[in-house]
Write a protein that binds this ligand. Structure first.
Ligand code: ZN
Length: 299
């Protein structure tokens, strides 16, 4: 009897150990001592697993903070350019395959905290992948929706900034929005939301897009040093959610193999969803499929 339970426990330990990647569980001596244990001690395993998960999270959190500190001590040069397409900004996937990335921004703020459920439901019902670029203010406004989206494998969560500012090392503005103006502000704009997303989802975003998608070259370098790639687009799908359905369709159909399309998921009153439905159907007919950025090299 003891032996059977022992084997069962051993399997449990291996299973949990693998799924959480936690060496702590496998090495813990009490847990591998199989005598006198009943099946009820699964909770002990759960507890150990939770603890290992916490330790791992603390280490990752510390890593994010250390990276921010390291970059804040670095010296950078001056920037002369400020645009959506400065050197280092990624705008396409490096592939000839007929694949497209749909990137959906969720900007947050007073006029940008809605949730376009029609758009998301369409993607889910048709099994269409997308990368979601989410701002910290949107997460606060739509916490439940965010949590649900982050758990759906059709979507990845990426970073759309903390206060939704253009990134610059000196004061500038884009679309009437004031930029960051110091290295410290740039670090905060990227890393505060990086940490927030990690704390909620357990995954550190790989990609960053600023509010307005404007940058100077130094801020792109700083972002890379902070471990994120700056991802913009080669197709403007909905013009900040201002396009009519027909305009959305017309623009999205300009996509080429490897294109990155920018759209918005935070303006439910817009015609974005209707346009996306028609354009996606048409692109699928043309042989395109929709993929995640992380599965390709970006250029
Ligand atoms: Zn935005």
């Amino acid at each position: 009897m003891g032996k059977t339970l022992g084997v069962l426990l051993f399997i449990l330990l291996i299973t949990f150990g693998c799924s959480s990647n936690s060496p702590v569980i496998q090495e813990k001596p009490e847990d591998s001592n199989m005598k006198n244990h009943s099946v009820g001690n699964t909770s002990e395993v759960d507890e150990a697993e939770e603890k290992a998960e916490e330790v791992k999270k603390d280490e990752q959190r510390q890593g994010i903070n250390e990276l921010a500190l390291e970059v804040s001590g670095k010296v950078y040069g001056d920037s002369s350019q400020f645009s959506e397409y400065v050197s280092g900004v990624k705008t396409r996937m490096d592939t000839k395959e007929k694949v497209i990335s749909l990137t959906l921004d969720a900007c947050g703020g007073e006029f940008g905290s809605g949730y376009d459920e029609k758009l998301i439901s369409f993607l889910i019902e048709n099994n269409i992948k997308a990368d979601l670029f989410v701002n910290a203010r949107w997460i606060d406004a739509q916490y439940e929706a965010f949590l649900e989206l982050s758990q759906n494998p059709l979507f990845t969560i990426q970073n759309h900034g903390t206060k939704h500012k253009p990134l610059s090392t000196s004061p500038r503005s884009a679309w009437g929005i004031a930029s960051t103006s110091t290295k410290e502000e740039i670090i905060g704009e990227i890393m505060d939301n990086q940490l927030k997303i990690y704390d909620i989802t357990g995954t550190i975003p790989k990609y960053f897009r600023s509010g307005t998608a404007f940058y100077d070259e130094i801020s792109v370098q700083i972002a890379e040093d902070l471990g994120v790639q700056i991802v913009n687009f080669d197709v403007i799908g909905d013009g900040g959610a201002t396009f009519t359905k027909q305009e959305v369709v017309q623009e999205m159909l300009k996509a080429q193999p490897g294109s990155i399309i920018i759209l918005h998921m935070n303006q439910p009153e817009s015609e974005t969803a209707e346009g996306v439905k028609e354009a996606v159907a048409s692109l699928i007919e043309q042989g395109f499929s929709f993929v995640h950025l992380q599965d390709y090299e970006l250029e």
